[in-house]
Design a protein around this ligand. Structure first.
Ligand code: GTP
Ligand code: MG
Length: 295
């Protein structure tokens, strides 16, 4: 009842209802069962990359362009729980200018996902929130996530396409490769092209991607600060097709995340942990139980 009513209000543009709906998913009070559809046109796009690389600034620029034709776009900004010290993060976030723009503000919705609050699997929560936004009349959903840990990588894998945002070279090689992010990317934007080292890094990435890869993802230079390359990036991303290599990596992440979600949401999960703790059952038995279909 609550769900239907809130969905219907949110569809009519009631942002308080939408916020309540998303919070109830975030808190695990509402569980949606999103279906993963495959189509040529993406509905969920992930922007991922190291902290401070300019993801939010870039997204703000892209939103200004993408909403020009009236497309309604919602953003889920996933707050990392680990990479930087907790509290200050939200305040740290660059304010999106598009949300204050008189003609654009109704076409954009920005919502943070506080991963620290979540007791369940974060990627599942993000996936359900994205599905909820699509259900309530948003044309596209963008997930902004710091590509730092495995959980963040899985958040990105929820999306239909993944765009990796990089910055100028820092002299320590291609970090994204280590994080397993490079193989998930359908395109790469090297931001801060106004700074030295950006072009060098773009070349490093191109070289690294060409190794054993017949159809490497595109690498483009942009500057969110100056607005250079933004129109080109907006076109590239909007029409982005998935690369087969990224598709395979994404399915892998999705299966792992589904598995984790099933286990975390199992009705007996806490009891089984207690039994393990008390030595009443062993690991094998516990695991078999957790994999039994839960009614
Ligand atoms: N020089 C330069 N600075 C930029 C550019 N884009 C963003 N910045 C600056 O980089 C800093 C971080 O920008 P954000 O957009 O917050 O970066 P982010 O990747 O979203 O950061 P987190 O969400 O905290 O991971 C800000 O101080 C921006 O002003 C750019 O193209 N050139
Ligand atoms: Mg940001």
């Amino acid at each position: 009842m609550f769900l239907q009513q809130m969905v219907s209000l949110a569809r009519q543009g009631d942002r308080r209802a939408l916020a309540r709906l998303l919070s109830s998913i975030e808190n695990g009070e509402t569980i949606l069962e999103p279906e993963i559809e495959e189509s040529d046109e993406w509905r969920i796009l992930a922007l991922t990359g190291p902290p401070g690389v300019g993801k939010s600034c870039l997204l703000d620029r892209l939103l200004h362009v993408w909403t020009d034709d009236g497309t309604k776009i919602a953003v889920l900004a996933v707050d990392p729980s680990s990479p930087r010290s907790g509290g200050a993060l939200l305040g740290d976030r660059v304010r999106m200018t598009v949300v204050d723009h008189p003609e654009k503000k109704d076409l954009v919705y920005v919502r943070s996902v506080a991963t620290r609050k979540s007791s369940g699997s974060v990627p599942s929560v993000v996936q359900e929130m994205a599905a909820c936004l699509l259900m309530t009349g948003w044309d596209r959903v963008i997930i902004e996530t710091v590509g730092a840990g495995q959980s963040e990588v899985r958040c990105a894998a929820v999306a239909d396409r993944i765009v990796l945002i990089e910055g100028p070279a820092r002299g320590d090689g291609v970090q994204a490769e280590k994080a397993g992010l490079l193989e998930l990317a359908d395109a790469i934007l090297v931001n801060k092209s106004d700074l030295p080292g950006a072009e060098r890094h773009a070349n490093e990435l191109r070289e690294s991607l060409q190794l054993g890869n017949p159809t490497p993802p595109e690498v483009q230079l942009v500057s969110a600060l100056r607005g250079d390359g933004i129109d080109e990036a907006a076109v590239l991303l909007m029409g982005l097709q998935q690369t087969s290599r990224a598709e395979r990596a994404r399915w892998r992440e999705r299966i792992l995340s589904h598995h984790e979600r099933q286990i975390l949401n199992h009705s007996e999960f806490n009891d089984i942990l207690t039994n393990l703790e008390e030595g009443l059952i062993g690991f094998d038995e516990a695991y078999v139980k957790l994999r039994e279909v839960d009614e």
